[in-house]
Write a protein that binds this ligand. Sequence first.
Ligand code: HEC
Length: 232
Amino acid sequence: MVKIISYLGLIVWAQLSMSAEGGTKLMQANVDIANTVSLQNGAKLFINYCVSCHSAEYMRYNRMAKDLGLSDDMVKKNLMFASDKIGDTMTIAMRPDDAEQWFGVRPPDLSVIARSKGVDYLYSFLNGFYVDSSRPTGVNNHYYPNTAMPHVLWELQGFRDNHGDAYQTSSDGEMTPVQYQQATRDLVAFLDYVGEPAKLVRYKIGFWVIAFLLVLFLVACMVKKEYWKDVH
Ligand code: HEC
């Protein structure tokens, strides 16, 4: 018995110390993958700012086109690099070996990153860059200290100091803080979708299942009333 209790105590302690170690509290992503406009915007940002270094090997352009309500032509014109075929997966624009040499770490494939790290983490990470001149990239990250990834969205967000304020008035980005949060939310929603495209189908089916159950419930109530009306 004592053994069991001390074992349980150990687990609780391990959990507590783990969450304490987590340090910085994550921001809430609040993504809505049922919102197609948000997913489309996320796809655009992903293609423009991320696939130069990261791949999404499990995602095909034509599948994305279908799921996000875009025509193949639209995707070809606006979201693909010239050499890609519509049935191709989202591969990286530079050679992975080069990437590794330049950054010291290979930028990971982002197909299932939302599942492995969670949407709140991704959102926090993209909002967590701040100026740190001791780093080779000139920036550091609150949620991934000493990350090798540069602040690739700086044009949009501008540079921030480590309190989240504009680093210098001249370092403002193209977007207001609220717009930047929305943009990164869309991007994370897109990564969430990429991690599990079937989620979209499930969401749609889920709606009809609930609707069906509600109708069934009403019918059942009516039938019950009918059956019992002569009993009392
Ligand atoms: C210039 C190259 C480059 C671009 C562009 C880039 N990244 Fe990265 N990214 C990296 C590198 C390098 C790493 C590995 C960082 C490390 O492990 O320290 C990384 C890591 C990551 C990680 C993993 C973080 C973790 O906790 O393991 C995520 C998520 C990520 N990038 C998202 C993005 C998104 C979203 C974009 C587009 C907005 C993007 N990256 C654009 C180079 C890049």
